[in-house]
Design a protein. Sequence first.
Length: 255
Amino acid sequence: MYHSGRRKANRKLGAIFMFIPRYLLFVVLTLLLTGWIGYNTYATTQLLRTWRPPSNPLLHPLETVVRLLLIAGCIALGWLSGLDWPVLGWTAPDPWAQIALGILIGATLGTLFLFATRWVVKHTGERYYSPLVLDLIVPKDRRELVLTALAMVTVVLLEELLFRSLLVGGMTPLLPGPLLVLGVGILFGLLHSPQGTWGMAGAALAGMILGALFLLAGSLLLPSIAHYVANMVQVSVAYRERARRSAGLLPERLA
């Protein structure tokens, strides 16, 4: 009996020692991936000062392939972490309630951010907010609107996997969840630097809200739905306004 108990204890201890280097590798690779994405965001910001892509970058085939590969990489990192799926938010208890709540929260966030952005632009011009990124991804017609809505699924999934699942859920063995939500939210805002100071502040606040939703729901589903709906509210309104400007019903740029 004694030897049996000792063997079980030794197996458990061995599993712990095997988990630690695996988890540390997950942490290192996740931080490297985050740093790589941050560098590319900075490089993109510098490039857009002198160059504009000829078409919607969200719909470029190469961009789509890269996003899908990064999504696969995030899933692989989650597996590498050795953490339980609920810790990473890879479960969806009461999914229909999460979807309904996500739609409500996303629509509210998207609308509030839209009105706040208009107020900022009205009073400061484009000093604190740059519409460049939104202008680049606004669909030109209904077909492109549908394609953009589909592409946005991969954009949101990638961001939620990295910033909520891996950087919040995956790092909870190291730091308290609320502290991670705060820090990752700020990082999320900084990675929206092409949108200017207000764009970064708004994205940081949104990142903190999405992180809080992730912790409260214990699932990636709720923040993902909210994130997607908030993004599509802004894209849909911008699309409608572009169509009205093209028809001469609105001035070239709303104040």
